[in-house]
Design a protein around this ligand. Structure first.
Ligand code: HEM
Ligand SMILES: *[C@@H]1O[C@H](CO)[C@@H](O)[C@H](O)[C@H]1NC(C)=O
Ligand SMILES: *[C@@H]1O[C@H](CO)[C@@H](O)[C@H](O)[C@H]1NC(C)=O
Ligand SMILES: *[C@@H]1O[C@H](CO)[C@@H](O)[C@H](O)[C@H]1NC(C)=O
Ligand SMILES: *[C@@H]1O[C@H](CO)[C@@H](O)[C@H](O)[C@H]1NC(C)=O
Ligand SMILES: *[C@@H]1O[C@H](CO)[C@@H](O)[C@H](O)[C@H]1NC(C)=O
Length: 608
């Protein structure tokens, strides 16, 4: 509407007046200063508390100048953290140093996220509506104003390039590029499973909206978003979730058993329509495998709690188990998942107490940009190797029989052995999911995202000065130039996927420096990490608290499979170790006091 009006005005006044329509289009305010347009030819930058002053918030205050001069570049910090292994081995062992560094990692990252949240895709200025309406994803940068000369503000062409052409020239896989960090499919499916609890775009309302009102790690993908769904999934006995037994093993119940909505195509037989918290988890066996593991874990924790508290009713056992599983999830995500992704030799630590004396808000709002950057579809290989079989994408998708035919054991083993694709560096999206990448770009346009370079500035990174600076090579740089015209007009998602990866790494600089703040803020902003919650009694006493504080991916698997448990790892262990691929299950079960399975795994693969 607004657009049509300005277009009419434009025709009426002649286009001269229009070019200067909104002076904020050129993003004149630097260093996170806020731009307000004053009519059509003036603007004001609000530099309050940015540490800078002047018309465009470009002049640093003395203290800012000192801080900025002393601050090492993100790439330098990354280099230090991913090299000097011997030094880190020592630092990791000195607890006050490890704590201090971890505290710094958490605070420096999460301070980049506005909390309370500010904008959304319909409000580029602060408003109560944007703050309070949880149906929206929030926005880290406001949308580009409607009345700007180009979709990216003032840079680039009047129209963005055809999405299909962008995808085919820059994103589509030519030949599978394995991730040099040796990320496994076990990681890829964990990423998809874990992130879909808070990335649930409300397709009916549009890309700006979410169906996940918890805005964080609430385990709605296990328990359901709504209370009604949760109740249908619960057994109402001993706190447990409903399940079925096939070949002597526990699996989720079927849709016909519990009557919850799940998305399955018609060809999937009734008997294979498993029902879990998230409607879409029938999509791939990797998702249903994790859903099965977590269901077993929930019921296992219920058993333990009931032993401790024989007098507790179903409700209390259920609720307390849920809190414990939230804790386990955060522990595993920080110490196994983020640890792997980071490539750091520094040993990350999940310890909420590190933040108790810091200025930190225990709240979180999922932003659209976080969702966009998490579209790690290049992780997906061309086909899936399970035991001695090879499944094409087509055979794999919605094939829940794979889970029951092979069992959790075999799937974990196979997914741990198969390497995932590299995410940055361009041209590594499998044809089967190219549409998803295209959709992601289309949605970003609909939500009027600012450019990759605008986001780089927002996260304290230097904007790329040329296309070659962005890709680190010439061929894709030339394609980009032809498509976008100006490096300041390259879109966020395209940029993230074509960006030059860091040396031997899965991601480029922007993905990490932007993704890590959202991620850590979301994990540590969880209520269970706040001082009143983070104590044994919240989790049913020492037993529950210990489950959280000793959780790992390997233990999660070992505690929930029958028989010998396979190695479970977010990276593919080196093949030159000719150690058998299963580890002693009795060892893994006997928890803390005996050998820790993760230690065995780390030792075996320590040369990595
Ligand atoms: C077998 C592999 C996969 C298939 C077939 C698949 C397919 C899809 C589809 C169809 C969508 C919805 C796209 C849209 O209409 O906007 C989607 C969304 C998404 N996918 Fe995947 N995907 C796969 C693997 C992954 C993996 C490994 C990740 C890793 C993180 C991932 C992350 C996401 C995210 C974050 C979204 C947005 C979710 C939302 O906002 O609702 N996907 N995917
Ligand atoms: C502020 O930015 C505008 C537009 O980019 C520029 O014309 C102006 O010279 C800048 N002002 C100062 C003081 O740098
Ligand atoms: C760390 O310290 C423990 C004992 O505190 C010791 O057993 C271990 O060898 C040390 N590791 C390294 C790498 O220094
Ligand atoms: C949030 O905003 C959307 C779009 O304006 C609206 O449809 C919805 O009703 C709002 N939700 C609440 C709870 O106000
Ligand atoms: C599904 O997986 C089974 C193995 O569990 C396989 O035999 C079957 O061909 C697959 N289905 C499709 C439609 O590819
Ligand atoms: C597994 O561990 C148990 C107890 O430590 C031991 O008796 C058994 O021999 C081990 N099995 C294998 C295959 O190493």
């Amino acid at each position: 509407m607004h657009r049509t009006a300005s277009l009419l005005l434009c025709l009426y006044l002649g286009c001269l007046a229009c070019e200067g329509a909104n002076p904020c289009c050129s993003q004149p305010c630097q260093n996170r200063g806020v731009c307000t347009e004053l009519g059509t030819d003036a603007y004001e930058c609000d530099c309050t508390r940015t540490g800078y002053y002047g018309q465009n918030c470009t002049t640093p205050e003395l203290l800012t100048w000192i801080k900025v001069s002393l601050k090492p570049l993100p790439n330098t910090v990354h280099y230090i953290l991913t090299h000097f292994k011997g030094l880190w081995n020592i630092i990791n062992n000195i607890s006050f140093m490890r704590d201090a560094i971890m505290r710094y990692v958490l605070t420096s990252r999460s301070h980049l996220i506005d909390s309370p949240p500010t904008f959304n895709s319909d409000y580029g200025y602060k408003s109560w509506e944007a703050y309070s309406n949880l149906s929206y994803f929030t926005r880290t940068l406001p949308p580009v104003p409607q009345d700007c000369p180009t979709p990216m503000g003032v840079a680039g062409k009047k129209e963005l390039p055809d999405v299909k052409i962008v995808a085919e020239k820059l994103l589509l896989r030519r030949k599978f590029i394995p991730d040099p960090q040796r990320t496994s499919l076990m990681f890829a499916f964990f990423a998809q499973h874990f992130s879909h609890q808070f990335f649930k775009t409300d397709m009916k309302k549009g890309p700006a909206f979410t169906r996940a009102k918890g805005h964080g790690v609430d385990l709605s993908h296990i328990y359901g978003e709504e209370l009604e769904r949760q109740h249908k999934l619960r057994l109402f006995k001993d706190g447990k979730l409903k399940f079925q037994i096939l070949d002597g093993e526990v699996y989720p119940p079927t849709v016909s058993d519990v009557q919850v909505d799940m998305h399955y195509p018609p060809h999937v037989p009734e008997s294979h329509r498993f029902a879990v918290g998230h409607e879409a988890f029938g999509l791939v066996p990797g998702l249903m495998m994790y859903a099965t593991i977590w269901l077993r874990e929930h019921n296992r924790v219920c058993d333990i709690l009931k032993q401790e508290h024989p007098d507790w009713d179903d409700e209390r056992l259920f609720q307390t188990s849920r809190l414990i599983l939230i804790g386990e999830t955060i522990k595993i995500v920080i110490e196994d998942y983020v640890q792997h992704l980071s490539g750091y030799h520094f040993k990350l630590k999940f310890d909420p107490e590190l933040l108790f004396k810091e200025r930190f808000q225990y709240q979180n709002r999922i932003s659209s940009e976080f969702n966009t950057l998490y579209h790690w579809h290049p992780l997906m290989p061309d086909d899936f190797h399970i035991q001695d079989e090879v499944f094409s994408f087509k055979q794999f998708i919605f094939n829940t029989s794979i889970l029951t035919n092979y069992g959790v054991n075999n799937l974990v083993e196979s997914f741990t052995k198969q390497i995932a694709g590299r995410v940055a560096g361009g041209r590594n999206v499998a044809p089967a999911v190219l549409m998803v990448a295209m959709k992601s770009i289309e949605n970003s346009r609909q939500m009027r995202y600012q450019s990759l370079n605008a986001y780089r500035k927002r996260f304290n990174l230097k904007p790329y000065v040329s296309f070659e600076d962005m890709t680190g090579e010439k061929e894709m740089a030339a394609e980009l130039e032809e498509l976008y015209g100006d490096v300041d007009a390259v879109e966020l998602y395209t940029g993230l996927l074509v960006e030059k990866p860091r040396q031997n790494a899965i991601f480029g600089e922007t993905m990490v420096e932007m993704g890590a703040p959202y991620s850590l803020k979301g994990l540590m902003g969880n209520p269970i990490c706040s001082p009143e919650y983070w104590k044994p009694s919240t989790f049913g006493g020492k037993v529950g608290f210990d489950i959280i504080n000793t959780a790992s991916l390997q233990k999660l698997v070992c505690n929930n499979v029958k028989g010998p448990c396979p190695i479970a790892s977010f990276y593919v262990p080196n093949v030159k170790d000719s150690v058998p691929t299963t580890i002693n299950a009795s060892t893994a079960h006997s928890s803390q006091k005996e050998v820790n399975p993760t230690v065995i795994l780390k030792e075996r693969t320590s040369e990595l």
